[in-house]
Design a protein around this ligand. Sequence first.
Ligand code: TXA
Ligand code: MG
Length: 324
Amino acid sequence: MTSNLQLLIREAAQTLSQGELVVFPTETVYGLGARADSAAAIQKIYQAKGRPQNNPLIVHFHSMSQMKEWIKLPEQAQKLGNKFWPGPLTLIVQGSERICKEARAGLKTVAIRIPNHPIALELLREVDIPLAAPSANRSGHISPTQVEHVKRSLGPQVEIILEGGPCEVGLESTVLDLTTKPPRILRPGKILREEIENEIGPVDLIDQKLHASETLASPGLLSKHYAPEAKVLLMEGSEIEYFCRPHKDDKVAIIFHSADLKSKLNEPDNLKKIYLSNNPSNYAQQLYSTLYQLENSGYNCIIIEALPQEPQWQAIANRVSRMI
Ligand code: TXA
Ligand code: MG
């Protein structure tokens, strides 16, 4: 880490301890951070994002030893933490008064994680207070995986943005609720159900078609979310072939994962073909930045090739299903 970057991090840490906001990179997406023990600081997050007050935040720590000073960690959390932290796993555990209730949106529980990014970890160590940080986008918009997205989505509301290049994972963390029996995955992510079950035994995966009561269990899982400004459609390969003809009014983009399909299709005016990858990790890494790019270039209709059923594609399928 260069000394210049270290200076910037120190300045950011001071800003945070004074109750202001800072955007910082994590391995999943960029986060909009504020100290988790200050109601006034947390209010600024909700305001900057236009986020509904009933949607709780994830609190970020630099280590499990720091976590234990703030929260009582159940055994399952310690086990999972030892295996996956720092990393893209968020655990819901019983809250504590030290984490202000605004960060928890009034819930008794709290979401916690240790991000795996050198800048995030250095910032967390420097400020040495846990940071509540949702994704650094306007509420309901796509999570940012590059600094340009943050600026586009949030506008000039945040003074300090720490630049960390493109995020490696590109999708938000897996959220696992440990306060239910069995525990349940509220949001699928890079850390898969099977990997979690190897550590702590059976867990449930919340149904994507949420019932009202489940929506309340994690208010952020509103059915329409993570949406770009364009209209998004999900189509099987055969439907896409049919669709590949000139479009008069719409600027249409098609996102593939099947290489053979791409070569089969023609490319009339107003229609852009984008082959992301048939590897789910690479696809996930590029999806949000592709959507931001398309939005920026005025594409108003985005067709996404229907995704494979394998577990590695589940997080991507979950996000896409909530864009349509
Ligand atoms: O990868 C990530 O998790 C990123 C980076 C910045 O860490 N953060 C992120 O935060 O995606 P956000 O606020 O965009 O999503 C947090 C999700 C929301 O769906 C929220 O409802 C849920 O976690 N959540 C937070 N606290 C909860 C709680 N106590 N009970 C249930 N769900 C909770
Ligand atoms: Mg978000």
